[in-house]
Write a protein that binds this ligand. Structure first.
Ligand code: CAO
Length: 415
């Protein structure tokens, strides 16, 4: 089976998480991703949060599958020549350095475009143009400035960041969409273009329902929020604990074992059209005849009471038992799965969402496979490359350099 992006070559100048997430997706789809790393050092994450001394960290290995690594310093004269040749040979260049870093290497967009008018040049920025455009940005800065932190957390509690890396990985995924659109555009325009994605903008896009609520708030209180009807609303969208972001009330309730197991909980959504079955299941059939309970509107001022009644039932069962009872009734619910449970889940291994790969230095490790499944395109996952593992191979095979040229570049500290 062929791969969707076979024949597309990526000049990957990314580091840390946001950029590598983008190029990892392109590599999963079969693009030839050539990761450029600083000689002797490489992507800083190779050495961060190491679990095994002197071995590439899981931080690095889990973000750089299916790529080839070249060490190159484009700040040296020989390095600039090699970098220029790589720009000529690649379809897409991706980077996520702090603003201006690639320009300071001597490669502003105008020059890149002059070298290869067909190249697509994609960047992750922290902020878009404006007062903060020169700031460095990491994950939680994006979550805080993109509206996620102010709208996440317990009612009355501090702003909270989420474990899902919506700033870094979320932006990388947005950047993939931009690159694929530009590649498609190139098929009829013949020209490459600049693609930029700011982390703040990506988080705002992912928080669009909260911007929806901000505008609704000007027309009255938000009836699905826990603050309704007894609490106070200010002039900005408040934190809503675990309340459902949609129009159907939902909450996390305890299950059997919660006293000792921090993940013995389940999320239950009281979708209106299956409420009567839910009421029967939890032993409150009388709700279905009671005008105070039987309609969604009537229940709105009793949401706390409703979930505490549901919890009286769930707390006597383990979370999978609750799932097995409620699912056949079409009641939307989801057990709180720990990372341990996810790592051990056989169905996720079977679909290739969780994959075990072998690494020459660390041995076997788990990584996340491509969550986007294509019916006619293979999606194998290969281990991350060692630092500079493919330098000689790429300089010779892709750029056509001779052994002497490679030795010369090495002598000058360019590779
Ligand atoms: N050879 C020689 N030098 C290299 C090199 C190579 N192969 N690759 C990178 N460098 C140099 C750059 O030229 C730059 O040097 P100068 O600043 O002197 O020009 C430097 O290494 C990298 O700079 P940086 O400012 O990007 O790195 P940092 O560790 O100080 O900051 C980060 C990291 C992430 C805050 C910053 O890159 C950033 O804001 N990026 C944009 C937003 C982003 O992607 N954030 C997500 C981070 S987590 O995914």
């Amino acid at each position: 089976m062929s791969k969707a992006l076979e024949g597309v070559r990526i000049l990957d100048m990314t580091h840390v998480q946001s950029g590598p997430t983008c190029t990892q997706i392109l590599a999963w789809f079969g693009a030839d991703v050539i990761k450029i790393e600083r000689p002797g050092i490489g992507d800083i994450t190779r050495g961060q949060l190491r679990d095994i001394p002197d071995v590439d960290s899981l931080y690095f290995t889990m973000l750089n599958a299916n790529k080839r690594s070249v060490t190159l310093n484009p700040k040296t004269e020989a390095g600039k020549r090699i970098f220029t040749r790589l720009i000529e040979e690649c379809d897409v260049m991706v980077e996520n350095f702090a603003p201006g870093a690639i320009d300071r290497m001597g490669f502003p967009w105008e020059k890149i475009q002059e070298i290869n008018p067909r190249i697509i040049y994609a960047s992750v920025d922290g902020f878009g143009p404006g007062p903060y455009q020169d700031c460095k940005v990491y994950e939680n800065v994006a979550q805080c400035t993109g509206g996620a932190a102010s709208t996440t957390g317990q009612v009355g509690g501090v702003p909270t960041v989420t474990g899902a890396q919506i700033g870094d990985s979320g932006t990388g995924i947005h950047l993939v969409a931009g690159i694929l659109a530009a590649l498609y555009h190139r098929t009829h325009s013949g020209r490459g273009q600049r693609v930029t994605c700011a982390m703040q903008d990506s988080v705002i896009n992912l928080c669009r329902v909260k911007m929806r609520d901000q505008q609704r708030l000007t027309h009255g209180p938000l009836s699905e929020y826990p603050q309704y009807p007894h609490g106070e609303f200010g002039d900005a969208v408040p934190r809503a604990g675990n309340a459902s972001g949609g129009g159907q009330p939902g909450w996390i309730v305890k299950c059997k074992g919660w006293e000792t197991d921090p993940d013995a909980y389940i999320y239950v959504i009281t979708q209106a059209r299956v409420f009567s079955d839910l009421a029967e299941a939890i032993g409150r059939p009388e709700w279905n005849a009671d005008p105070e309970w039987k309609t969604a509107d009537a229940r709105l001022d009793k949401i706390d009471e409703m979930f505490s009644e549901i919890e009286k039932w769930t707390v006597s069962k383990d979370k999978m038992e609750v799932m097995n009872i409620l699912n056949p009734l079409n009641v939307p619910c989801g057990p709180i799965l720990s990372m341990k449970e996810i790592a051990e889940e056989p169905s996720l291994r079977e679909t290739g969402t969780i994959v075990e790969v072998d690494h020459p230095e660390r041995g076997k490790y788990l990584t996340i496979g491509n969550p986007i499944k294509l019916s006619d395109s293979a999606a194998d996952v290969r281990r991350s490359p060692l630092l500079g593992e493919h330098t000689v191979e790429i300089l010779k095979d892709v750029l056509g350099m001779s052994d002497d040229d490679v030795a010369d570049a090495r002598e000058q500290g360019a590779i």
